[in-house]
Design a protein around this ligand. Structure first.
Ligand code: FAD
Length: 154
């Protein structure tokens, strides 16, 4: 089979890897151009049909395979339940991992945004470190003891 394979990258931001240093962005961009990958920046995916991907601006790409790497997404239920959420919809907790509106609700891991640490990435290392604080603070809350403050690592 001599089917020509085309690889496209579609991203809604106007630069690749926006949170990385400029040098990294440039190196990656150059590698992409050299490998004949077609890059579409400033294009937000609106719809994925059986064989076509369509962006908000109307770019339409036929595909055989899509690898979706759109990042974590929050659950609407926090907002629906009347909890404060950050700009991405994650439940806001204080440094005791305690919901800022309902003191009897605690949270950890990818579903939360910690006050004053809203730029933390959604990675497992935070979830793992938070887990013992979550457990101890739930117990402390029940036993009316003072709660332990969690500070994320750099
Ligand atoms: C492909 C991939 C690779 C990753 N690699 C790394 C890595 O190398 N290093 C790193 O640090 N992090 C990595 N992460 C991120 C890491 O997995 C997460 O940050 C971490 O698992 C978050 O823990 P959590 O307990 O908040 O959520 P999760 O581990 O996602 O657990 C949430 C749980 O809630 C359950 N759940 C969800 N909704 C409901 C519902 N409505 N009702 C009942 N149960 C529900 C789910 O089934 C799941 O068991 C990776 C993530 C992915 C997807």
């Amino acid at each position: 089979m001599n089917k020509k394979i085309e690889v496209h990258i579609v991203d809604r931001s106007d630069m690749l890897l926006p949170t990385f240093p400029k040098k990294v962005q440039e190196v990656v961009k150059e590698k992409i151009y050299k490998s004949n990958v077609i890059l579409h920046l400033n294009e937000e995916v609106k719809e994925i049909k059986d064989t076509q991907l369509i962006t908000k601006k109307g770019l339409t790409l036929d595909y055989d395979l899509i690898l979706w790497a759109g990042g974590p997404v929050s659950n609407q239920m926090y907002k629906d339940a009347g909890m404060s959420v950050d700009e991405k919809g994650y439940m806001v907790v204080n440094q005791f991992l305690q919901n800022i509106d309902f003191e009897y609700i605690f949270g950890a891991g990818d579903c939360i945004s910690i006050q004053n640490f809203s730029q933390m990435k959604k990675v497992g290392v935070y979830a793992i470190k938070e887990a013992p604080y979550l457990w101890r603070n739930i117990l402390n809350y029940f036993y009316c003891k003072s709660l332990e403050s969690y500070t994320p690592q750099n």
